[in-house]
Design a protein around this ligand. Structure first.
Ligand code: ADP
Length: 630
């Protein structure tokens, strides 16, 4: 999908606000032109009224003087200008409006001294109001749109397959949801308001300029492309470096994440220096990209400003000559100059808008890239539900590859209801991959999995996953109370039931010893729990879910023997009566399983019970000797 269509999807809900914003911005532009149009009467009728100046003299009134070749030329130009100026009526209209206002309020040469300043105040206040309304409306659109986008993005990221998550490290995704959407938000909230408001203002000011003094205005506008060229160049440069800067930032986030999570490994291998150096190189790359982006950004204003000053100087010379020749009145010229200077502000703002919008576009592209990855795990349109397992879970001729290299090859495995199957095998054999296929974290490339003869792709994800309890090696605890962590997804449960599950998982005792019992916070910012304690919380969580199928990935890390015994007892409670697939690392689990399935290189190589497999003297025997006898 094109970026514009993508953004339009989020803009749809804010059309009402956009209309309010546009009307207010239009008013703002007109009122700005109105103020500038009052400059001439301010000088002509209020400030210079007592002096000998050609008050009210307009271009059309300047008559060419006879016999003077130079002024004849001026007169020629004047009449030509008059004809051209007729096309641009804005100044005439504003002047007419002003005159009719004066008539209506009975303004004469004396009381105009009070009337004009009052009028200026009135217009200014209205303009401020329009500014506020359009500013707020754009904020409303910007904040609202990016809010929707962020929610959408998070929903997509969270429902994506594990394959997607393997390809997009968490640092990158965090950067998309937090930073990139943030960049888009400030662009829409603060920059688009300028884009619309200042563009309109600029258009009105240009029209006013042209209708004030056509030729001078044209000369002035010819200079404009000289401004535009560097603006465009800086814009494209900024876009590229902003993209790179965001990428480097994601690298940094990944490195920090890796280092902090793995700090023990880093220390154990004495690799602090190496990791710090790696990080230093990454920050250096980030710094370089950022400095370049900053240089472009800060250089852009001075360059454009310098060019502007040169342009103004040229115009000044031209105008000076015209005034000397009597082709211009002083108030008109002052009005013209002020008009010109007022145009500088929108141009300056639009210049900045361009840069920031380029950044935001780059961010939008990155967000779109993530949001548009199709979710490979899709529900069948007529997906059904299944309440429980009556017969078996059947892996039928399953093959799978993360990329090209096959990880599972024609694996067939049938687990009867209530059976405990232990998966063993060397690391990389494909055990985790196999169990991850069951809750559809991935889909197999060929073959399929059936529960009671129904292909799991024919079930809703909700129904399928409600059948499966999952206890993984590293227990994920959320930054919440112990109670909420055990009852994850079951906030309706009374404390008694939570306690029951915790007690069955041998977790109640240690929970009661924490500072606030079941209300103690765990997770990121919470109290520290040992590996065994965390596992027992996960077991309690799974007990409470009470799913008929259980996937267990036993912790490889050694627990102390008391913890180990408690975890073991808790696991036995959990496995009782459930159809269980356990990636086994402990001898006791292997011994107690109904069946042991030995995997190697993505295939099932041996099956049987402990004694049978030992007798065969194959891979299981070797693993047994290696792992359990040592
Ligand atoms: P086990 O659980 O038996 O140790 P895994 O199922 O974790 O084995 O891994 C099987 C193979 O798949 C290994 O060669 C591993 O490198 C590869 N693998 C695992 N996860 C991914 C992934 N997210 N992307 C690509 N390859 C992967």
């Amino acid at each position: 999908m094109k970026l514009a269509a993508f953004l339009l999807r989020y803009f749809r809900h804010y059309v009402g606000w956009a209309m309010v914003a546009a009307v207010a911005a239009l008013l703002y532009g007109i009122l700005t032109a109105g103020i500038v149009a009052l400059i001439e009467p301010i000088f002509g009728e209020v400030l210079l009224a007592g002096e000998h100046s050609p008050v009210g003299l307009t271009v059309g009134e300047i008559e060419p003087q006879q016999g003077d070749a130079g002024t004849e030329q001026v007169g020629d130009m004047a009449s030509r200008m008059k004809r051209f100026a007729a096309h641009f009526q804005l100044k005439d209209r504003l002047d007419d409006g002003y005159e009719s206002l004066k008539k209506r309020f009975g303004i004469n040469e004396t009381n105009v001294v009070y009337f004009l300043p009052l009028l200026v105040v009135g217009i200014f206040l209205s303009r401020s109001l329009a500014n506020f309304v359009s500013g707020y409306s754009f904020q409303r659109i910007g904040l609202g749109m990016t809010n929707d986008l962020r929610n959408d993005l998070y929903r997509r990221v969270l429902t994506q397959s594990s394959r997607f998550h393997a390809a997009h490290p968490s640092g990158e995704l965090i950067s998309r949801v937090v930073n990139d959407v943030g960049v888009m938000q400030s662009a829409v909230s603060y920059q688009v308001v300028d884009l619309v408001q200042q563009t309109l203002t600029l258009l009105f000011l240009v029209a006013l300029l042209l209708s004030t003094h056509f030729q001078l205005a044209i000369t002035c506008l010819v200079v404009t492309p000289i401004f535009l060229f560097p603006i465009v160049r800086f814009g494209s440069g900024m876009r590229k470096s902003s993209h790179r800067s965001q990428e480097r930032m994601a690298d940094l986030a990944n490195l920090v994440g890796e280092g902090v999570r793995g700090h023990r490994v880093v220390k154990a291998f004495g690799m602090e220096g190496f990791e710090i150096e790696k990080f230093r190189r990454a920050t250096k790359r980030h710094l370089r990209v950022n400095l370049w982006a900053q240089m472009l950004s800060t250089l852009s204003s001075p360059v454009v400003e310098s060019l502007g000053v040169i342009g103004v100087a040229v115009l000044l010379v031209y105008a000076g000559l015209q005034i000397r020749a009597g082709a211009l009145s002083a108030p008109l010229f002052v009005a013209f100059l002020i008009n010109l200077f007022w145009m500088y502000e929108p141009i300056r703002k639009l210049n900045k808008v361009n840069l920031v919008l380029q950044q935001a576009l780059a961010a939008a592209h990155r967000v779109q890239d993530v949001i548009q990855v199709p979710n490979e795990i899709r529900e069948a349109p007529d997906a059904g539900t299944l309440e429980t397992v009556e017969e078996d879970v059947h892996f039928k001729d399953v093959s799978f590859a993360y990329e090209k290299q096959p990880v599972l090859e024609n694996v067939s495995l049938r687990i009867r209801k209530g059976e405990v199957v232990a998966l063993v095998g060397p690391s990389g054999a494909g055990k985790s991959t196999l169990v991850n296929l069951l809750p559809r974290f991935f889909d197999p490339n060929s073959g399929g999995i059936e529960i009671d003869g129904i292909d799991i792709r024919e079930l809703t994800l909700k129904s399928l996953r409600s059948l499966i309890g999952l206890v993984t090696q590293d227990t994920v605890l959320f930054d919440d109370s112990i109670r909420a962590n055990i009852g994850y997804g079951r906030s309706d449960l009374p404390l008694e039931q939570i306690r029951e599950a915790a007690a069955a998982a041998y977790a109640d005792d240690f929970i009661m010893q924490t500072p606030s019992g079941y209300d103690t916070r765990v997770g990121e910012a919470g109290v520290h729990l040992s590996g065994g304690q965390r596992q027992r919380l996960a077991i309690a969580r799974a007990l409470l879910k009470n799913a008929p199928i259980l996937i267990l990935d036993e912790a490889t890390s050694q627990l102390d023997s008391e913890s180990e015994a408690l975890v073991q007892k808790a696991l036995s409670t959990l496995m009782a009566g459930r159809t269980t697939l356990v990636i086994a690392h402990r001898l006791s689990t292997v011994m107690n399983a109904d069946r042991i399935v030995v995997m190697d290189g993505g295939k099932i190589v041996e099956q049987g019970d402990h004694e049978e497999l030992l007798a065969v003297g194959g891979l299981y025997r070797r693993l047994y000797d290696l792992q359990f006898e040592a």
